[in-house]
Design a protein around this ligand. Structure first.
Ligand SMILES: Nc1ncnc2c1ncn2[C@@H]1O[C@H](COP(=O)(O)OP(=O)(O)O)[C@@H](O)[C@H]1O
Ligand SMILES: O=c1[nH]cc([C@@H]2O[C@H](COP(=O)(O)O)[C@@H](O)[C@H]2O)c(=O)[nH]1
Length: 364
């Protein structure tokens, strides 16, 4: 292949929807010259043909963070201004990545759109994630550092402080999304986390609306709630924990009635299905047909809380993709969260669709 042909192939790989006019303009050649080059590529079987691409049933795309999580377990209560003896453990995380791994383990084809540094942390993420998630669209940025989340935990397990180095996600930009638009347009469901900048969230919302891709929005923390789009129309699922909900709605969630009011607030803003989780108290969830409380699974042994929220989201979306009724979708989330709390892993390695199905029967 010569240089021009290679450039054409790269353009098509990035966006198979480009017209010949757009390709010619982008390469700075005339349209007839482009047509000649394309027929050459077709004769040699490098381009197979032009096709309308149908959304692959149940293909999911997750957009957002892929981090390395580090936990420092202090041997005595934290003292400022000195070195504190501790043991450290680490694992792979990031909300979008956690959800993608859960969904992949549950048997759905899933791609991750993310950005990272070209470093050892990314290699670790890739090794743990690639068996379950398609990663070919992840952009490795020279000179950038892969996202990381470091929590310092007191001896009783409570967090003293957590440090998030997630500057790399500033580059999860609308331009990056445009370069991978067909991945979103061809998916049945897109899941975006709020590690993404606000303009990226709105851009994905617009693209999904145009292509009829369902959209789930998953916040990552209360300070990042200012990245929520101004208008929530076209969001199929919004799943927030209590802190995130209070920050966004301004409604203190203190009892069943204020909890319900917060869900109603989200629905009024245009979300189709809204869920507010509250740890051991369970979730308040609803849509235009009504809002109701679902208790958490009570018989859980809490081993490690990391990843429970992401497991809830993933179980719920698995129920949604499997065409279950509303209450069963929520139950899929509750069961997956409970089983993840009882595991020291962020995404439990035994998870599969069959496993979750039998756990749902066992906990009925
Ligand atoms: N102590 C607990 N006992 C039972 N279930 C829990 C407990 N903590 C969390 N969960 C489950 O995990 C889900 C998410 O937890 P939550 O703390 O609300 O969100 P996040 O982890 O995102 O902050 C809850 O809806 C619930 O189903
Ligand atoms: O600003 C952020 N904080 C935390 C996370 C991720 O959130 C997960 C912890 O989730 P939970 O709060 O559900 O335990 C970790 O994997 C961490 O990397 C993130 O993506 N972005």
């Amino acid at each position: 292949m010569n240089e021009k042909e290679a450039a054409i192939v790269e353009l098509i790989r990035r966006n198979p929807y480009l017209s010949q006019q757009e390709m010619a303009e982008s390469l700075g050649i005339s349209r007839p010259a482009l047509a000649n080059l394309i027929s050459g590529l077709m004769r040699r079987g490098i381009i197979r043909g032009r096709a309308y691409i149908l959304a692959e049933e149940n293909r999911v795309v997750a957009i957002g963070g892929a981090n390395v999580d580090r936990k420092f377990h202090l041997k005595a209560s934290a003292q400022a201004g000195t070195s504190n003896p501790s043991t450290v453990s680490s694992s792979v995380g990031g909300v979008a990545r956690n959800v993608a791994e859960n969904i992949g383990r549950l048997g759905h084809p899933v791609s991750l759109l993310t950005v990272a540094g070209n470093d050892a942390d990314w290699q670790r993420i890739e090794q743990a994630t690639a068996p379950h998630v398609e990663l070919s669209h992840a952009a490795l940025l020279p000179g950038r550092t892969t996202g990381s989340y470091s929590a310092v935990l007191n001896p009783d397990g409570e967090m003293a402080i957590a440090l998030a180095d997630m500057d790399v996600y500033d580059d999860l930009s609308p331009d990056y999304i445009d370069a991978h638009a067909p991945v979103i347009q061809g998916a049945a469901l897109a899941v975006i986390d709020l590690n993404c900048p606000k303009e990226t969230v709105s851009h994905v919302q617009e693209l999904s609306r145009q292509s009829g891709t369902e959209l789930a929005v998953v916040p990552v923390s209360s300070p990042k709630m200012d990245r929520m789009p101004d208008d929530l129309d076209g969001i199929t699922w919004l799943i927030c924990n209590r802190d995130e909900t209070e920050t966004f709605t301004g409604i203190p969630v203190e009892d069943e009635s204020s909890w319900k009011e917060a869900v109603r607030f989200l629905l009024k803003k245009g979300v189709q299905n809204a869920v507010v989780t509250a740890g051991a108290k369970g979730v308040m969830a609803g849509n235009a047909d009504g809002i109701r409380h679902f208790p958490a699974i009570s018989e859980v042994r809490v081993e490690d809380v990391t990843g429970a929220g992401d497991a809830f989201v993933s179980g719920l979306l698995h129920g949604h993709l499997s065409g279950l009724g509303f209450d069963e979708k929520i139950r899929c989330g509750l069961v997956n969260a409970a089983k993840t709390l009882a595991s020291d892993a962020t995404v439990r390695p035994e998870l599969s669709a069959q496993q979750l199905k039998s756990e749902m029967e066992e906990l009925r």
